[in-house]
Design a protein around this ligand. Structure first.
Ligand code: ADP
Length: 817
């Protein structure tokens, strides 16, 4: 197959990672790869320059438009390595030349690319290959020209990365393709042979959009980075707002979709959000907003933050604009109010970890989908659903996306909300719970509970956000949230105090552990712990932490046999950067740490690249679990990753150093690059980073140098990532509802001989997009207790994928190592 990839519509972070993955995977699968510059505009313009000797890209696109098979010298590993167009794309077209033919590339929009052209693209924002809005492509004439250009280049498969408009265009092109080919033939633009050869065009769509507005996928490429940018701005505004006791009205992008605004509201701890899908229900949105903010101010809050989505409106579809909100806050509540429009800052910048991993996995899947497609299969859009990369029919996804817009214009907000991804409504309800002080949620007195919250293990991003959400939920329902300081030690020292609404207000954005944490588990103190739970009249215990919290829960559950005080609901919310708690796919803190790792590796790679031929061996934390190292390798484009699950040996090191030698030999002179090797701290006790580095340095000889960096505790990250914060809120609220349910059920039993439901000692787990409270007993069979990790982790195969994309396996295989 000859696969071309283009980016279209609004740019978004992660598009480059998608293009990189498509190019690399296509080469790995034996295809020829092309990029189309400037989106559909490039497809319509095509390659204007005639070249009578055949072009460097292997396809002879002479004036007659007859395509001949690629030249043999353009095939094979070394040819696939570099076609040398990377410079062209970065430096502008004016002074660029095709390195093979030496001809100017001006006016060429469909260009062959090789493996090395896309190196270093992972960390770049926007789209390097360019995007444009193309009016011509909306016309049949434009699409006919585009078809002609594709056929001239011999391209029979296309990956389009863009928003719903771009994917609609892609679908049109595929649907019309037979007609376009017939027209070109009848006009004599192509030969009968070409018409036969190119009678089918395979298309796959990747959703690149900061708005997260596409149906049938949980996330779009670029949306998580945009959320990062928004939350960074909110965090910055927050301190000045607090200093001056100001109100800020923040307008965020999202077109007709409120996802960014809603998630920013949840993760940034806003007071009020206006989103198109869930407009204020009161007749006067002004009254509704002012009532909420007045209560917050009366409680003692010094700052106010209101988020307004770009497409916000009231329930009658009258637009709600930030300036109007500002005027209302000023006039009615006398608040010193400022408007901040974040604008294009939301689009730009380095992609966050998620926007590197997701497009990489989706790009790989796009190529696989193309290779498996037949003329009968529909065009697919690659999405993500239940933490699994999915293929969905492109037409259906586009139609369903348009259905949301129709529902909103019909004022059918319930349908619009339902058609968004399943978490949308939950996130909105969660936002109301944690931000509201409305007494309507207070339950009757007999339902009130005393719930203890503690942190166990090492600090992890999102622990405080989870505590805040739990405390706010309790207060909204009339319960008493009790903070236990320093885990079980604190409980036994009676270091317990009630949390207030205001006390936890700023905890959303704080890293570390506000409650204090340590690794102690009950052990022999279990009786003492049970009696202290009774002493403080605790109806439910909420433990936020890592593998130690899981062990503690197991012990407490076991202890129920002897201590009736432990019959209360006991819940564990996994929070650890190692992501080593069994069953659950994500623990709080794992996203923050992955981002910290990506940030550090970007800086290290820059330094490594500045001194050219340098290999950096980076050591990560993670205990006996290789999650962070593996996902880090995938997110940073590391060439080798060592994990505790796979381990290390001499043979591996030998073949890896050989691979690196070969790789550096193949680098074009003067164009070598820094490369990363990631080692999980416990991958080997013998081969420490120091030893590995020395071996590589020795073996590298004149070809490359080696250095190492140990990231240590920096990986705990500073401010928790928006994904960890939002996840903390979502999971924490579910844990609270679970504690309520089981505590009330226990109360309903006769006082004598109360028996706890065995399911009431549980860990909240994410498997796919389903969140479950898994009984701790069931967790054990999925746990490797000795190595303190889960068995059969879902990410295990990504080690190989990272190394394939890092070229190790590909070249190792081809070069017979
Ligand atoms: P996005 O892809 O981000 O939604 P646009 O809606 O601007 O952005 O679409 C990008 C490009 O996709 C347009 O400039 C146009 O070339 C093409 N396109 C959009 N809608 C259609 C359509 N209905 N038919 C053909 N091409 C379309």
């Amino acid at each position: 197959m000859r696969i071309a990839v283009l980016t279209s519509g609004g740019d978004s972070a992660g598009m480059n990672a998608a293009v990189r993955a498509v190019v690399k995977q296509a080469i790995v699968r034996g295809c020829e790869t092309y990029i189309v510059r400037e989106g559909y505009e490039g497809l319509v313009r095509g390659n204007l320059e005639a070249n009578d000797n055949g072009t460097a890209n292997g396809a002879n696109n002479d004036q007659s438009g007859v395509c001949t098979p690629p030249r043999p010298e353009d095939q094979g590993v070394e040819a696939n390595l570099r076609f040398g167009y990377g410079g062209l794309l970065r430096d502008g077209e004016g002074d660029s030349t095709d390195p093979t033919s030496g001809k100017s590339l001006k006016g060429r929009y469909i260009v062959r690319v090789g493996w090395d052209d896309v190196r270093g693209w992972m960390g770049e924002g926007g789209t390097i290959i360019g995007t444009a809005r193309c009016a011509a492509f909306r016309t049949i004439e434009g699409r006919t020209t585009a078809a002609h250009n594709l056929i001239k280049e011999g391209i029979n498969a296309l990956v389009v990365c863009g928003g719903d408009g771009s994917l609609t265009g892609a679908d049109k092109l595929r649907a019309e393709w037979p007609q376009l080919v017939a027209d070109l033939l009848s006009k004599g633009s192509i030969t009968a042979e070409q018409a036969e050869m190119y009678k089918h065009l395979m298309i796959v769509g990747l959703v690149g959009s900061i708005d997260n507005d596409m149906a049938m996928t949980d996330l779009t490429i670029g949306a998580p980075t945009a959320l990062h940018r928004i939350c960074e701005s909110m965090d910055n505004i927050s301190s000045t707002a607090s200093s001056h006791s100001r109100a800020f009205v923040i307008e965020v992008m999202g077109r007709y979709c409120g996802w960014l605004a809603l998630m920013a509201g949840v993760s940034g701890g806003a007071d009020f959000v206006f989103i198109p899908e869930c407009p204020p229900t009161a007749d006067s949105w002004e009254d509704e907003m002012c009532a909420v903010i007045k209560r917050h101010r009366e409680m003692g809050k010094r700052k106010t933050m209101v988020i307004v989505a770009e497409g916000a409106h009231d329930k009658n579809l009258n637009p709600i604009k930030p300036d109007k909100v500002k005027d209302i806050l000023r006039e009615r509540l006398s608040l010193d109010t400022r408007v901040t429009t974040l604008g294009h800052t939301q689009r730009g910048g380095r992609p966050c970890a998620y926007d590197r991993v997701l497009p990489t996995l989706q790009g790989v899947e796009a190529v696989n989908a193309l290779l498996e497609s037949t003329p009968e299969t529909p065009s697919y859009m690659i999405g993500i659903h239940e933490n699994k990369i999915s293929r969905v029919p492109l037409v259906e996804a586009v139609q369903q996306t348009q259905a949301v817009a129709t529902a909103i214009s019909n004022k059918d907000f319930a349908t619009a909300t339902r058609l968004r991804d399943p978490e949308f409504k939950e996130a909105f309800d969660g936002f109301l719970t944690v931000s509201s002080l409305d007494p309507v949620y207070i339950l009757p007195k007999e339902k009130h509970l005393r719930i203890a919250i503690m942190h166990i293990g090492a600090p992890a991003g999102g622990m405080n956000a989870a505590t805040r959400a739990a405390a706010r939920y309790c207060l909204a329902h009339g319960h008493t949230p009790l903070a236990v300081q320093n885990g079980f030690t604190g409980l036994m020292d009676d270091a317990i105090y009630p949390l207030t609404w205001l006390k936890v207000d700023s905890w959303m954005t704080r890293g570390g552990s506000e409650l204090g944490t340590n690794r102690n588990v009950p052990g022999e103190d279990i009786g003492n712990i049970a009696s202290h739970l009774q002493k403080h009249d605790i109806d439910g215990l909420f433990m936020i932490g890592g593998f130690e919290a899981f062990e503690a829960l197991l012990e407490l559950e076991e202890g129920r046999k002897y201590y009736p005080q432990l019959h209360i609901p006991l819940v564990h919310l996994p929070a650890t950067l190692s992501n080593n708690v069994p069953v659950t796919e994500f623990s709080l803190g794992s996203d923050t740490s992955l981002n910290a790792l990506v940030d550090a590796c970007d800086a290290i790679r820059q330094s490594a690249s500045a001194s050219r031929n340098r290999v950096f061996v980076v050591e990560t934390q993670g205990g006996m679990c290789g999650y962070l190292a593996t996902m880090g390798a995938l997110a940073t484009g590391a060439v080798i990753v060592y994990t505790p699950e796979v381990g290390m040996n001499l043979h591996m090191l030998r073949s890896d150093s050989k691979f690196l030698q070969r790789r550096y030999e193949l680098d074009e002179k003067g164009k070598a690059e820094g490369r990363l090797v990631i080692k999980s701290e416990k991958a080997s006790n013998v081969f420490s980073v120091d030893v590995i580095t020395k071996i590589l340095r020795e073996e590298g000889g004149k070809l490359f140098d080696a250095r190492y960096a140990s990231l240590g505790h920096t990986l705990q990250g500073g401010i928790p990532s928006p994904i960890d914060r939002a996840r903390a809120v979502r999971l924490s609220l579910k844990c609270m509802a679970f504690i309520e349910e089981h505590a009330w059920a226990l109360r309903d039993q006769p006082a004598k001989g109360r028996k706890p439901n065995p399911k009431s000692a549980a860990v909240i787990t994410i498997t796919g997009s389903s969140v479950n409270l898994t009984p701790v007993k069931e967790m054990v069979e999925h746990a490797d207790m000795k190595n303190r990790r889960g068995v059969d982790p879902w990410w295990a195969d990504y080690k190989q994928l990272a190394e394939i994309l890092g070229s190790k396996n590909y070249f190792a295989g081809k070069l017979g190592q």
